[in-house]
Design a protein around this ligand. Structure first.
Ligand SMILES: CC(C)(COP(=O)(O)OP(=O)(O)OC[C@H]1O[C@@H](n2cnc3c(N)ncnc32)[C@H](O)[C@@H]1OP(=O)(O)O)[C@@H](O)C(=O)NCCC(=O)NCCS
Length: 250
């Protein structure tokens, strides 16, 4: 997350926590933040989607003229260099995830694959593919179990340029990403959405993913533990809150 994004995110979250949980809730979160360098837990939904070449295509034609849109798959910094030589820049763009404006370059070096959409030559959206366990671990992505040998794949870190949000560009990027994945023989994509990630939940719900379980990351100083729990059968997002309520009731 870039510095400006971090500050905006911090303010938004503080206001929203105070509105929904009051001052006491805000203090509790503040306390949790204070000891988070030592001890932290984070819970995630585990999501799955059958990879479809027509992902949302009928429901959501991008509301930007198709002849202005181009989709590019970039698998290395060398490919990104040659794209930049043609005027398509994305690696140094401030986004929610491109920490220090260097992380995207690092992810490419570690084997992650960038799926980018450009409006003319302007960077409009990105979605990342993690193609192997080696890359998953190297970029420190959530250690969700993925059967890469059985053509499952990990997708993550969707971002759309604020200038083009709400225009179906995320769907467009996802659709062309899926077509690339199908060409590579992949059939199922998996992902994680943190319980408190409203945007992630929004696009995962809209994109029709199902939930097959939860994952919990516990960190004590440098020690980390990841535990997955599976539902008897995948559930819809509309059932997620009831599931959380049933956990709290236990
Ligand atoms: C989330 C994000 C990628 C959506 O991109 P976008 O290009 O505006 O999305 P689209 O216009 O293609 O919309 C796709 C669908 O997701 C829904 N959606 C998009 N953002 C949403 C949000 N914040 N909350 C709920 N739903 C959302 C849209 O309503 C649409 O569904 P619909 O067809 O049923 O209306 C973009 O807002 C973003 O980059 N946010 C910051 C980074 C982030 O939070 N990424 C997600 C975490 S991995």
């Amino acid at each position: 997350m870039s510095v400006i994004y971090s500050i905006k995110e911090f303010i938004n979250q503080t206001v929203s926590i105070q509105k929904s949980n009051g001052i006491a809730g805000l203090l509790k979160v503040g306390l949790r933040f204070a000891y988070s360098p030592v001890y932290k837990t984070e819970s995630f939904w585990l999501t799955t989607n059958k990879i479809s070449a027509e992902f949302k295509s009928e429901a959501s034609k991008p509301r930007v003229s198709m002849d202005r849109l181009s989709f590019k798959v970039i698998t290395s910094n060398k490919e990104a260099d040659s794209l930049e030589a043609q005027g398509y820049f994305f690696r140094s763009h401030p986004t929610y995830f491109n920490h220090g404006l260097t992380l995207y370059r690092k992810w490419l070096d570690l084997g992650a694959i960038a799926c980018c959409t450009f409006v003319d030559k302007e960077f409009a959206a990105i979605n990342w593919i993690i193609p192997s366990r080696k890359t998953q671990s190297a970029i420190k992505a959530a250690p969700i179990k993925i059967d890469y040998e059985k053509k499952e794949i990990f997708t993550r870190s969707a971002w759309s340029n604020p200038k083009y949000r709400g225009l179906g560009i995320y769907y467009y990027t996802g659709r062309y990403r899926n077509r690339y994945l199908l060409e590579k023989g992949c059939i199922v994509s998996k992902g994680v959405v943190a319980f408190d990630n409203k945007n992630g939940r929004g696009i995962a719900t809209a994109g029709g993913s199902k939930l097959y379980g939860t994952g919990k990351l516990t960190r004590i100083l440098w020690w980390k533990n990841w535990k997955e729990q599976y539902f008897p059968k995948p559930i819809e997002w509309s059932e997620a809150d009831n599931y959380l309520l049933s956990l709290k009731a236990k």
